[in-house]
Design a protein around this ligand. Sequence first.
Ligand SMILES: Nc1ncnc2c1ncn2[C@@H]1O[C@H](COP(=O)(O)OP(=O)(O)OP(=O)(O)O)[C@@H](O)[C@H]1O
Length: 255
Amino acid sequence: MSKPILTLKNVSTVVNQGTSHELTILNQINLEINEGDFITIVGTNGAGKSTLFNVISGLIPVSSGQVLHQGKDITKLSEEAHPEFLSRVFQDPKMGTAPRMTVAENLLLALKRGENRFLKPRNLKSHLQEFHTLAKTMNNGLEDRLNTATGSLSGGQRQALSFLMAVIKRPDVILLDEHTAALDPHTSASLMAATDQHIVEDHLTALMITHQLEDAIKYGNRLLVLKEGKIEADFAGEKKKNLTTEELYEYLERA
Ligand SMILES: Nc1ncnc2c1ncn2[C@@H]1O[C@H](COP(=O)(O)OP(=O)(O)OP(=O)(O)O)[C@@H](O)[C@H]1O
């Protein structure tokens, strides 16, 4: 049986506490994320999806409740300590990669994250074959652009690089924050397929926020609907498999 990698126990996040602008963004969230889970998350604007990721990443403090990593309380762990076990890919292709560095240099940076080493050219050379093989898995020509400055890549290639940088060290948890949303439909579908292949084949654990209901249903083993800071619905197994976009849409409208 799989064991929980991450657990949220009665997590609430309240901002502007004690003022007239007080707002409960997350309201008593209980969530157990198991090894190998690929959880898709949908919800209308302002439902609290990004805040949930911000709390898991240590960017926003919880007002009450607990966050556990492998059973260890990380509720008060600093944001800087989270990359040791967690990585995140954002919607904006400009985030997460250094634009003046080449694709290979960015991959090396991600591979050596936390090791505090200087980047040496010979160090880079020894990784080129490995990076070529890795980049090829994204099916968008990234492997032919290893020596190109990241800033001149297409949006799809840049997001593919951000994704590879996020998974290269096999973090315990990967947060995908609408990572295909800024791409055209064809590029988005291609990145989504490559994402899924990596997560499933490498048995990674991931959470993905998306507004694409088809993607939320098609990918992953579990689907959460967030509404006003609460988990309104939690579909897994057969229930998720049998869900249609129409039903989910109605659910969101009703929710
Ligand atoms: N630091 C903050 N201070 C005040 N309000 C905040 C803060 N962070 C988020 N909010 C509010 O909390 C609510 C939830 O925001 P959040 O960004 O988590 O929603 P979301 O589900 O990710 O929405 P979207 O789909 O639009 O990205 C929103 O009303 C937002 O304005």
